[in-house]
Design a protein around this ligand. Structure first.
Ligand SMILES: Nc1ncnc2c1ncn2[C@@H]1O[C@H](COP(=O)(O)OP(=O)(O)OP(=O)(O)O)[C@@H](O)[C@H]1O
Ligand SMILES: [Mg+2]
Length: 427
């Protein structure tokens, strides 16, 4: 418990083990996933037996345990092989190398993640610091050649896990090549198995037939959790993370219900919400999480999620949102498209003084604006003045968005919040 004079201390503490609530914590047991774990175990069995590895594609919505289950089985496989090898003569031992790549981490500046970047990532994972290659400056075929020669320097089986593999984008060369690398004669010593993981349904649908054939040899579906399953997962996490008196059954029930309703069965959301609720209760010096703490934490998460999804938009859409923010601040919304276009053009010029890139035409901007409407950031009002009175649209932020959130999204993207003139009014 607290008791310290420091401003960083709270008088009461509800969290006994914060690590357990961290994003990268791998739970000891994966609950409510028996079917997926069985299928997945079957995919990995050949590795344990020293036979050629298989490939698999794991898919399902965000927060449903794909990464957690994979880490869990990876650890188990490595442990069990160690035990097995201990009893075997050296020449019968099974060597396994696991290369874990989160494809999301290969977006650097203007370079979007691609097969090429991930191949560079694999090379660098296998080389020591002094010998790493850069993400530019090699012909693609050279990078693949280097990758194969690094892989072939290993022994036994190489299991390559490509988490968030959808970030690889349209060019799926690597996904096609890796699973067949041995058949194609690129590798002689090692055998490669590939596990692809994705929460993007479109990506899976659009994979080229050759990739579907090889990588998706086995597909393992992770359905969303229902409220009962979320409760079970959360209960076991709470027991490890919180003091007994810090929560009740009702706490767990409410948190699970909210995560179920608002985040379509995401265990990640449930765990985040539990942690947020505990922190708010601690901040208030209360020893048990109450409903109001859960509600407050939920609001805070929703807010953060909207800021994050604004920050994920491309530049043109961010410019439009900033234009709308300025119009909103001077009470000029709902605004007609041409008004928004004027403000948007000022924004574009302010942010592109150096590059000199020009704003899109009103029609070009309108396409992006329509997407923002479709995504639910912007709301359109149909003005119809009857016969002869004309018809036009006006736009304003939806209930979820306000100027402060747009500004925070700019912060998150590392963009200054520049002053823009809105018809003589400086805001
Ligand atoms: N069955 C489970 N048992 C225990 N904990 C779980 C289970 N499923 C998910 N979790 C926990 O929920 C959180 C989210 O799970 P995970 O990261 O595996 O989701 P994911 O399916 O990989 O999502 P994304 O597609 O966003 O990467 C993690 O903290 C994980 O430990
Ligand atoms: Mg994941």
């Amino acid at each position: 418990m607290g008791g310290s004079d420091s401003i960083f201390a709270d008088d009461v503490e509800l969290i006994k083990n914060a690590e357990v609530l961290e994003e990268d914590y791998t739970p000891e047991t994966i609950l409510c996933r028996d079917a997926a774990l069985d299928d997945f175990t079957d995919v990995l069995k050949p590795i344990y037996k020293g036979r050629p590895p298989q490939n698999a594609f794991l898919y399902g919505d965000t927060g449903v345990g794909k990464t957690a289950a994979t880490k869990h089985l990876r650890d188990k496989l490595v442990d069990d092989l160690e035990t097995k090898n201990a009893d075997l003569p050296a020449d019968e031992q099974v060597t396994l190398n696991v290369i874990w790549i989160n494809c999301e981490n290969f977006t650097t500046g203007d370079h979007k993640t691609s097969s090429y970047q991930v191949a560079v990532g694999i090379v660098n994972r296998l080389r020591d610091k002094g010998n790493r290659i850069t993400g530019t400056g090699y012909a693609p075929q050279d990078v693949y050649d280097i990758m194969y020669s690094e892989l072939d320097d290993l022994d036994g089986t190489v299991l390559i896990v490509l988490d968030e593999v959808d970030k690889i984008g349209k060019d799926d060369t690597l996904l096609y090549e890796l699973p067949r690398s041995r058949d194609m004669g690129y590798l002689e010593t090692v055998r490669v198995g590939v596990i692809g993981i994705s929460n993007d349904y479109t990506f899976r649908k659009n994979l080229s037939p050759k990739v579907k054939d090889s990588l998706c040899e086995t597909e393992i579906k992770f359905p969303p959790y229902d409220a009962v399953e979320l409760r079970q997962i959360l209960q076991s996490r709470a027991e490890l993370a919180l003091y007994d008196d810090a929560y009740t059954d009702e706490t767990i029930q409410l948190v699970s219900a909210l995560a179920y309703q608002e985040a379509s069965g995401s265990a990640r959301r449930a765990i985040r919400l539990l942690r947020g609720s505990a922190e708010i209760a601690e901040g208030e010096g209360v020893e048990q999480i109450a409903e109001t703490h859960v509600r407050q934490a939920d609001k805070k998460i929703e807010y953060g999620n909207i800021v994050e999804s604004i920050a994920d938009q491309d530049d043109e859409k961010l410019y439009i949102l900033k234009a709308l923010a300025h119009l909103d601040l001077v009470d000029k919304t709902p605004a007609r498209t041409r008004t928004i276009h004027r403000a948007y053009s000022r924004v574009v010029r302010a942010y592109n003084e150096d590059s000199g890139s020009e704003p899109l035409t009103q029609r070009g901007m309108f396409n992006h604006l329509s997407k923002l409407v479709m995504f639910g950031f912007v709301h359109t009002i149909d003005r119809n003045k009857g016969a002869g009175g004309g018809q036009w649209n006006e736009h304003e932020f939806s209930d979820d968005v306000d100027p402060a959130k747009v500004k925070e999204a700019y912060d998150e993207r590392g963009l200054d919040w520049k002053r823009i003139k809105t018809r003589g009014v400086d805001k």
